[in-house]
Write a protein that binds this ligand. Structure first.
Ligand code: HEC
Length: 101
């Protein structure tokens, strides 16, 4: 019983930041084209995390692409620029996306 409580507490502690970043992604409209688990218009965030798992510069590169948009990595459909996203938020989102794998 104690163990179950401890596990529940740990689970909540690690889920909380992930939920905060999902809320941020939702508020910045990312989730209208992306989902964590499946492709919509853009790649699933799990696929993105898997693609860049060994790439140390990925977080900065993705933060830049989140703001500026771009195409050609996942197909011909471009991601439009997300000008409403600050650099700090783009970095937060990129780091979160890379942890969804
Ligand atoms: C209008 C639809 C749309 C919106 C809104 C959108 N994306 Fe995308 N996103 C795409 C598409 C399409 C691609 C694939 C682009 C490519 O192939 O290079 C993509 C690619 C990505 C990638 C992978 C980039 C790469 O080079 O591998 C990340 C990370 C990403 N999006 C994050 C976000 C975040 C975070 C937001 C919200 C701020 C967002 N997207 C909003 C459509 C969208």
């Amino acid at each position: 019983m104690k163990r179950a409580l401890l596990l529940a507490a740990l689970g909540l502690a690690s889920a909380a930041p992930a939920l905060a970043d999902l809320a941020l992604a939702t508020s910045k409209n990312c989730m209208s084209c992306h989902a964590v688990e499946r492709k919509i218009l853009g790649p699933s965030f799990k696929e993105v995390a898997a693609k860049y798992k060994d790439n140390k510069g990925a977080a900065d590169m993705l933060a830049g692409k989140i703001i500026k948009g771009g195409s050609g990595v996942w197909g011909q459909v471009p991601m439009p620029a997300n000008n409403q996203v600050s650099e700090a938020d783009a970095k937060k989102l990129a780091a979160w996306i890379l942890l969804t794998k």
